[in-house]
Design a protein around this ligand. Structure first.
Ligand SMILES: Nc1ncnc2c1ncn2[C@@H]1O[C@H](COP(=O)(O)OP(=O)(O)OP(=O)(O)O)[C@@H](O)[C@H]1O
Length: 326
């Protein structure tokens, strides 16, 4: 659905040159929900604006929905939907009229039927809702209207720029459901940007992490977390009279040669392990400790977050970078 090679964009202004996107390669397959994750200013919107023909690349090439970005931008536009950050509705125009105008712009065959269908799917069919201007809607309703506008012409590929920014947790979860249904029911490919770690994790089949204009990691959320960070296992020990620190050191020695253990630290009388594929290695860790006569009080496994992944590949926390730039 998307193949981009060496996509780059430089902005030159009075304050100098900004290399917003520095040679991005990416592939998106049919029917995937792909998340573009990165801190503020990483280059997400610039990449999205290039892929949607709104901004000309300084270098590189891309095929989007089967059309060449440079030679056939009109073809790309007809085949994609784009929902901008903050949407594009006129706050004073009734929602139904906005949808109708959009349907006519794209030459949709039976606009009224398409609008009814979209309103039903995106729960905009409540009492008098389409007669209201977006200024008189809740944040969640307005966002669903933005998405409906991007879908009027049934595009096989839709771009969503920070679709849930500013929404309360309930409305965010609600919109995620709608986005999943787009994929599951219509096979629509979704490419979205976000700086929410939990959103990328919960919603996306695949995540591309961008930092300072470059893609620094990609994979499914589970793959990324497994590949880059391992799992964190905390082993609490039963002393049976012996000082815990001593038992912890014995436990560490027992696991020193274990193939899944990457790192073992004694911390406040417990053993903290970073292990490969915790799900599979947990049983053999317990066995090794048992064979060494180490008595366990409790065992906890925590999954690394996408922030751990970002930390591993960039040396910075995405949370800190995001709040520092905001
Ligand atoms: N028109 C422009 N002129 C100059 N610099 C720009 C322009 N648009 C973007 N930039 C710069 O390019 C870099 C990338 O911006 P971009 O908006 O793509 O980041 P982003 O990852 O989408 O951030 P956010 O999460 O805040 O939307 C930033 O340093 C930004 O200041």
């Amino acid at each position: 659905m998307i193949e981009a090679r060496g996509l780059a964009r430089t902005f030159t202004g009075r304050r100098g040159t900004v290399e917003a996107v520095r040679g991005v390669d990416l592939s998106v397959a049919l029917g995937e929900i792909v998340g573009f994750l990165g801190p503020n200013g990483a280059g997400k919107s610039t990449t999205l604006r290039m892929l949607t023909t709104l901004l000309a690349p300084t270098a590189g090439s891309a095929t989007v929905a089967g059309r060449d970005l440079r030679t056939d931008p009109g073809g790309v536009r007809r085949r994609i939907g784009y929902v901008a950050q903050g949407g594009g509705t006129d706050p004073s125009v009734p929602a139904g009229e906005e949808l109708e105008l959009q349907a006519r712009l794209y030459g949709v065959a039976d606009p009224a039927a398409r609008i009814r269908e979209l309103a039903r799917r995106l729960e905009l069919d409540g009492e008098g809702l389409l007669a209201r201007p977006s200024a008189a809607m809740s944040g969640g309703q307005r966002r669903r209207l933005d998405v409906a506008l991007g879908l009027v012409h049934r595009p096989p590929l839709v771009f969503l720029d920070e679709p849930t920014t500013g929404l309360d947790p309930q409305s965010r979860g609600h919109l995620w459901e709608h986005i999943r249904r787009l994929r599951d029911r219509d096979g629509t490919t979704v490419f979205l940007t976000t700086h929410y770690l939990d959103e990328a994790d919960a919603l996306c089949d695949r995540v591309l992490i961008i930092d300072r204009g470059r893609i620094v990691a990609e994979g499914s959320p589970a793959e990324l977390k497994r590949r880059v960070a391992g799992d964190v296992v905390t082993v609490e020990l039963a002393g049976s009279g012996a000082p815990l620190e001593q038992v912890a050191l014995r436990a560490r020695t027992a696991l020193a040669g274990h193939s899944a253990v990457r790192e073992a630290t004694v911390l406040e009388g417990a053993l903290r392990l970073t292990v490969d594929d915790g799900d599979r290695s947990l049983m053999s860790l317990i066995r090794a400790l048992d064979e060494a006569g180490v008595e366990l009080a409790a065992l906890r496994m925590a999954r690394p977050t996408l922030d751990d992944v970002f930390l591993t590949v960039t040396g910075r926390s995405l949370r800190d970078s995001a709040s520092a730039a905001a």
